[in-house]
Design a protein around this ligand. Structure first.
Ligand code: PCP
Length: 376
């Protein structure tokens, strides 16, 4: 046990972060000498929106390497719909049943965040969106949050524990501005000390209204002003932003951009995307509802079998021309020109393919591009 209320990697890998009913299942089946070969599929029968983004597979692969199972899945970053299997595990039930808790936890949480990030990014049109929400969740999962947000399409993240390669973006907290006698001193000090490549985005709402502080920040060399006014004090945010834009333009600072953060929702992004240049989004991504995945047996000892409410038999999901999809029994003939979306990642306990974070993100961005084009 560590000093925080977290579970170690080793404990999760040993299958000791599980629900007690799996331990009882294992003990009872073992005492009876029962251990059928099963195929289990992970599906969501409902989604927060019409489509979702699959994420969290890399952790499932890390968990199941060395466990005597075969794992097939959609690659991370694949867009999926309700009832489509995103992952399939084949093996002797007792060999992996205790891992269900962690497998679903990895997938439900990361897919929820990647899905929210993708929807937020779509809503922002071409405006950059940055993930600022690691502070909204337990710090032990900050890396997962930033990875999932990046796969979901955000343009940068703020937490320093994010996987290498993801651009780190951050401006300054109100506390920093308050450490000086006035905002000008703070902004000038930031300008003197921040690395050259860091954009001069000055927080412009610490003491005064957004219009006057933004103008003062522009005079101090801001390349952008950040408005982070809490919802409780906002008033009509659209008018405030329009006013800031007007005054900046009127005083010769039309190149100074407007960056909005602080409780920003998808609806607000849609409402302000024509007048805001970039968004910092915390809770609307990091606190995303989880994807309600379930893991169910669909085949036992080679025979299709499922509980009520679930579809029996092993399936494949195909992408057809024109972006259409179809789900068929895996033994059925592949439709002409179709692309199978479920691929092998582990065969008999050995990894055959690893998850690629950048490919996953590229896949989401391609999807967003085609979706945005079809919405026009
Ligand atoms: C933080 C920061 C970001 C916020 C969080 C993003 O706000 O300014 O804009 O998270 P959200 O979308 O969930 O609000 P504060 O903690 O209010 O920042 P500060 O300490 O600078 O006042």
């Amino acid at each position: 046990m560590g000093i925080f209320d977290t579970v170690s990697d080793e404990t999760i890998r040993r299958g000791e972060c599980t629900d007690i009913y799996f331990e009882r299942t294992e003990e009872t089946l073992s005492a009876e000498g029962i251990n059928p070969h099963v195929v289990m599929e992970v599906t969501a029968t409902a989604l927060p929106d019409t489509w979702a983004t699959f994420c969290g597979l890399s952790d499932v692969i890390a968990l199941l390497e060395g466990v005597p199972v075969t794992v097939d899945a959609m690659p991370e970053g694949t867009v999926f719909y309700k009832n489509e299997p995103v992952l399939r595990i084949s093996g002797k039930y007792r060999d992996f049943c205790r891992y269900e808790t962690a497998i679903l936890g990895f997938l439900c949480h990361a897919s929820g965040i990647a899905t929210a990030a993708a929807h937020v990014k779509l809503a922002a049109h071409h405006r950059p969106v940055y993930s600022f929400g690691s502070r909204r969740q337990h710090p032990s999962i900050a890396r997962m949050i930033e990875r999932a947000a990046w796969i979901g399409g955000v343009d940068g993240v703020s937490n320093t524990s994010a996987p290498k390669g993801i651009p780190l973006v951050g401006t300054m907290p109100h506390a920093f501005v308050m450490c000086y006698n006035n905002p000008e001193e703070a902004w000038r000090s930031f300008d003197r000390h921040a690395p050259k490549e860091v954009p001069r985005i000055m927080l412009s709402d610490t003491y005064c209204d957004e219009k006057s502080e933004s103008l003062r920040a522009a005079k101090c060399g801001a390349t952008a002003v950040r408005l982070d006014t809490p919802r409780s004090r906002r008033g009509n945010m659209r008018s405030i932003i329009e006013e800031v834009r007007w005054e900046l333009d009127a005083h010769g600072y039309s190149g100074v951009k407007i960056f909005l953060s602080g409780g920003v929702t998808r609806e607000e992004i849609i409402a302000y995307r024509d007048i805001v240049d970039a968004f910092g989004v915390g809770g609307s991504i990091a606190n995303a509802p989880v994807i309600d995945f379930a893991m169910d047996i669909v085949e036992i000892e080679g025979k299709a079998k499922a509980k009520r409410g679930k579809r029996s038999g092993v399936k494949q999901v195909y992408e057809l021309s024109g972006g259409k999809r179809t789900m068929l029994p895996v033994a059925d003939k592949m439709p002409q020109g179709a692309i199978p979306l479920i691929e092998e990642f582990i065969k008999n306990s050995a990894i055959t393919k690893r998850s690629d974070m950048e490919k996953a993100r590229a896949n989401v961005l391609n999807w967003l591009k085609s979706t945005a084009a079809s919405e026009k």
